[in-house]
Write a protein that binds this ligand. Structure first.
Ligand SMILES: [Mn+2]
Length: 323
């Protein structure tokens, strides 16, 4: 299964690793661990993301080696590498400002991902939809190719599995995911410390913004669809950062009776960043797909062109009809 990826690694010297917009624990964790692995093989490797790294994951990159968000100079460096690894996503659009330069660049492209897909964007792809996380796949890669596991890589992979399994509660939490987690603890990961660093580092501004956003929650479909809206002005007034809204959508799913939860985050560029969550068989991947986005059955995302009002009207209508 890893033969093709091994060939890409063996035949290249310089690498860039990238992932989807709004990077999360799994995209950052898997990218950083793969970067460590490649460097340990004597390769040059950098991680580049279209968007900034949320506070919760900045501790994984203490020297700020990641290019996130990328700038013009970064783009030149990234397009000059021999090979690009695209992790935790299989879509040019979801790479944000990195999508076009990478798609049309000369580098070999390889995908490592666990999201359902319609078509491959590169023939060099390892996509296992049954994996709990891309971090689980990167663990398997390092294990198979015989790399050493540094504490930093172990922390990164543990963070990816922890966050993508919703702290080991989603349906994707397999015996294999727990098995890998156990081995990461053997490499020195401290679960209490990681949990604290990931989940208990909110700023006062983020907490105030969350309070405002939650107090304006709205419902449709007999309380089965709940949604939150965040206007750019709310973020500015509270002094919070755009990435501070990450995780807000999960509060909708703590409400009894809610089957589909949505957050609409407006930007100053005339787009709305939408995240969707659902319970059980309710498929928000399909809802996101009908607006050009994607993800998993129970967690997906879309970038919508238009106003928050237009996005709410269009997406909640589809959500209610999906009940
Ligand atoms: Mn993931």
């Amino acid at each position: 299964m890893w033969d093709d990826v091994k060939h890409v690694i063996d035949t290249s010297q310089s690498f860039a690793i990238t992932s989807h917009v709004n990077p999360d624990g799994d995209s950052i964790g898997s990218a950083l661990a793969l970067c460590e692995f490649l460097k340990a093989q004597g390769k040059e490797a950098v991680v580049a993301m279209s968007d900034a790294v949320p506070m919760a994951y900045q501790w994984l990159d203490p020297d700020r080696e990641m290019m996130a968000p990328v700038d013009e100079a970064d783009l030149n460096q990234i397009t000059a590498v021999d090979a690009v690894f695209i992790v935790d996503v299989n879509s040019w659009e979801r790479l944000g400002q990195l999508g076009e330069p990478i798609q049309h660049g000369q580098a070999v492209k390889a995908v490592i991902d666990h999201h359902p897909y319609r078509e491959l964007i590169t023939p060099h792809s390892v996509i296992q939809t049954e994996a709990s996380s891309t971090s689980e796949l990167i663990y398997n890669l390092i294990d198979t190719l015989g790399g050493s596991m540094t504490k930093r890589a172990a922390d990164a992979l543990y963070t990816g599995i922890l966050t993508d399994t919703g702290s080991f509660r989603f349906a994707s939490t397999s015996p294999h995911a727990h098995d890998i987690t156990a081995r990461l603890l053997d490499h020195g990961v401290n679960p209490a410390q990681v949990y604290d660093l990931v989940y208990n580092q909110n700023s006062e501004a983020r907490t105030r913004l969350m309070g405002q956003v939650i107090s304006n929650i709205q419902f449709a479909g007999n309380g089965q669809v709940a949604w939150l809206t965040v206007a750019p002005s709310m973020i500015e007034k509270t002094g919070a950062l755009p990435e501070d809204t990450s995780g807000f959508v999960d509060t909708t799913m703590t409400i009894s009776g809610v089957e589909i939860g949505i957050i609409f985050v407006g930007t100053n560029e005339g787009t709305v960043r939408i995240s969707l969550r659902s319970r059980g068989s309710k498929d928000v991947n399909q809802i996101a797909g009908s607006f050009g986005g994607g993800g998993h059955r129970n967690a997906s995302g879309v970038v919508f062109k238009g106003s928050i009002e237009e996005a709410v009207e269009a997406v909640t209508k589809v959500a209610v009809s999906a009940l």
